[in-house]
Design a binder for this molecule. Structure first.
Ligand SMILES: CCCCCCCCCCCC(=O)SCCNC(=O)CCNC(=O)[C@H](O)C(C)(C)COP(=O)(O)OP(=O)(O)OC[C@H]1O[C@@H](n2cnc3c(N)ncnc32)[C@H](O)[C@@H]1OP(=O)(O)O
Length: 307
């Protein structure tokens, strides 16, 4: 009797303490499933929306970039001349002054745009700054003016240029400067051949953080040409007046003077043969043509006719 009574007591004690425990586990599992689903779906939404925001540069460029593009519609041709190339400083105006609309040629290389052709002609990857699918720092347009030895570019800092919490890596800015220095020197080169030369010094001063997603301007000129050495000065800025995504850390949204993000003092050596490939690419020359679609002058590589 006593034993049966004890057994009943113990069974009901186990039941009364075990059932809430089971219910607690069931509730915990249900909650965690629900929580995981909600959080995952939120994360998926936010990652897909941020990706779609950043996978391409914005379809509408900021005003300064539109002005650069629209200012360079020409129908006249300019002879690219390097007659004044040796041993003198240029009288080019400061790169921060407003761009005159005359005699700028668009710079295009087939290997920046035609990826299938690139793969078939000696390249092994994608251009760090000119990959049309690139998500790091991407140069959208380059224009060159031979008379003043200046070049200007429109640049997008994509999500793969990020370093710290939405701000870009200093190396992304420096890669851009390296490219700018090399190609401006290329355009001024007395060898007259694309890919004949090398950048050997890129002294970059980082002045202001760049936000991921920024569209900025790079503008610069040849400062000096001594023998094979071509010295380049350049500035990365917001183009003035219409800051689209440049650092707003200071709360500056509208400004007249360009905000400067970085400056370059660079050196390229003319006529260095970096690649040993002997093929049609190594025999290219530069030429100036009027683009049949936009009417703009293009300084482009004779390789565009290789097909
Ligand atoms: C048109 C360009 C288009 C450039 C086109 C570039 C296209 C753009 C692409 C983006 C930029 C790049 O990626 S370019 C790739 C990254 N760069 C590199 O990989 C370059 C690595 N460096 C090298 O391989 C080597 O240094 C070379 C091959 C460039 C060296 O050429 P070299 O022909 O032997 O030159 P060398 O006689 O030594 O020197 C010639 C003069 O330059 C000076 N010099 C040489 N190196 C340096 C240096 N680091 N810093 C200061 N000065 C230097 C010498 O003192 C000398 O001055 P003096 O005695 O005459 O007064």
């Amino acid at each position: 009797m006593t034993t049966t009574s004890n057994r009943n007591i113990s069974t009901s004690t186990v039941r009364s303490s075990f059932l809430p425990f089971l219910a607690g586990i069931a509730f915990g599992i249900a909650s965690s499933i629900l929580y995981t689903r909600v959080i995952c779906s939120r994360n998926q939404k936010s990652s897909s929306s941020s990706s779609s925001l950043w996978l391409q540069p914005p379809s509408t460029l900021p005003r300064f970039a539109q002005e650069i593009l629209s200012n360079h519609h020409h129908t006249n041709t300019e002879k690219i001349s390097n007659d004044d190339s040796n041993g003198e400083s240029t009288n080019a105006s400061s790169p921060n002054t407003a761009l005159s609309s005359e005699n700028w040629t668009e710079v295009r290389l087939r290997e920046w745009e035609d990826l299938n052709w690139r793969d078939a002609n000696g390249w092994q990857g994608r251009d760090l700054c000119h990959n049309p699918q690139g998500l790091g720092v991407r140069i959208l347009h380059y224009y060159y003016k031979a008379s003043s030895k200046e070049m200007v570019g429109v640049v997008w800092f994509g999500p793969h240029a990020e370093s710290h919490r939405g701000l870009c890596h200093g190396g992304a800015m420096t890669s851009l400067m390296d490219d700018f220095c090399g190609h401006l020197a290329f355009l001024h080169s007395t060898s007259g051949q694309p890919w004949s030369g090398a950048t050997v010094q890129v002294n970059v001063s980082l002045k202001k953080p760049v936000k991921v997603g920024s569209i900025l301007r790079i503008i610069g000129r040849i400062d000096k040409h001594e023998g094979r050495k071509i010295y380049v000065h350049a500035t990365l800025d917001d183009g003035g007046g219409d800051n689209n995504g440049g650092s707003s850390i200071d709360g500056e949204e509208q400004n007249k003077d360009p905000l400067v993000y970085a400056t370059l003092e660079g050196l390229s050596i003319d006529g260095v043969k970096m690649s040993q490939h002997e093929d049609p690419v190594s025999k290219r020359t530069w030429e100036v043509e009027v683009c049949e679609h936009s009417g703009r002058l293009q300084r482009r590589d004779s390789g565009w006719k290789l097909l």
